[in-house]
Design a protein around this ligand. Structure first.
Ligand code: LMR
Length: 325
């Protein structure tokens, strides 16, 4: 298994040398390397390709976007990334883990309102001090839970090794449920489930199907306990060095790619869930409101323990924003 910090190799080299990325000769295109970990046909993969298409079109070829899907490039300089916000702590912005608090977002409408509004913008400002510019949030729906035994009540998690993507708040949630969280690269998840290195996982429906995880997981619970979103980020020095007219065109491309992502991710998560339900190999449990209440109660102490890590003020702000205040 790769050590934890290797997962974030791309962050370490989010290209900072302006001269290396903005060409000296006027007729050379500006190259944007955009690395991500999902397949080309997952919502984020499609949106990255949409951004490429639009960026190259709107800039008339002055910008060339190279998309590297499936964790194929996480070493070397990249200009653009779209990691899930659960992976931001190694950048030194632990506050993003507030978004992993269990049941923070009651529903999709609350997610849309909060991350599309002042709270989402305030979170982006926290990246500036790290030399990073946040351009957009790309939605990928809510997490389901899965394992090879039924997960109906919180106690069903006891003793299960559950793969998580990096957030210490997720880690605490799993421990609170009596599970054994293991941080692991997305690219290693299928094999780890197949070989029994881990017993279960949490992810969005489209991430399950595009990674073929239902081949190695039987029981699903549509618990929707945490929302999965990506922050599309660029190196700030690089972005500021792009000529104004080209940057405006790129911003338009990002805006349209974001609208596209946020539309298709909803549809594709719904389609993926329908496919999982339809498979005779899978068993999908939809929690009753009472069962959901059990999980909420079982994990509520995570809010208190997260205070030390992510800060009480940001937790209070997130709660006020998501639960209306
Ligand atoms: C994961 O590692 O589980 C996800 O963040 C992968 C992704 O980018 O959707």
């Amino acid at each position: 298994m790769k050590p934890f910090n290797c997962l974030f190799g791309a962050f370490a080299v989010l290209a900072s040398a302006v001269v290396a990325v903005v060409p000296v000769l006027a007729d050379e295109p500006i190259v944007i390397k955009f690395s991500h970990v999902v397949t080309d046909n997952a919502p984020k993969g499609k949106a990255a390709l949409k951004f490429k298409e639009l960026a190259e079109k709107y800039t008339n070829g002055k910008v060339k976007v190279e998309v590297y899907p499936n964790s194929t490039l996480y070493k070397g300089a990249v200009q653009m990334l779209a990691p899930s916000t659960a992976k931001f702590a190694p950048l030194g912005v632990k506050e993003y883990e507030v978004l992993d608090l269990p049941f923070l977002f009651p529903d999709q409408a609350s997610y849309d309102r909060v991350m599309g509004g002042e709270f989402g913008r305030m979170m982006f400002k926290k990246l500036e001090a790290k030399g990073i510019r946040g351009l957009a949030y790309w939605d990928n729906g809510f997490y389901m839970l899965s394992a090879n035994r039924p997960l109906v009540h919180p106690d069903d998690m006891h003793g299960l090794k559950i793969r998580i993507s990096g957030s210490k708040v997720d880690e605490d949630t799993m421990r609170t449920l009596g599970a054994l969280p293991q941080i692991m690269a997305f690219s290693e998840l299928y094999q780890a489930l197949a070989s029994g290195v881990v017993d279960g996982a949490q992810n969005s429906a489209s991430n399950y199907t595009t990674q073929k995880l239902p081949e190695v997981q039987k029981y699903f619970n549509t618990l929707y306990h945490v929302h999965l979103e990506y922050a599309v980020i660029v190196n700030k020095k690089f972005w500021d060095a792009v000529p104004d007219d080209i940057r405006t065109q790129l911003e338009q491309a990002i805006k349209e790619a974001t609208d596209y992502n946020n539309t298709i991710s909803l549809q594709e998560n719904a389609t993926a869930l329908t496919a999982i339900r339809a498979s005779s190999k899978s068993d999908v449990h939809d929690p009753t409101p009472q069962e959901r209440g059990e999980w909420i109660k079982a994990t509520e102490s995570v809010y208190k323990s997260a205070e030390k890590r992510v800060g009480k003020a940001i937790i209070d702000e997130a709660l006020a924003a998501t639960h209306g205040d």
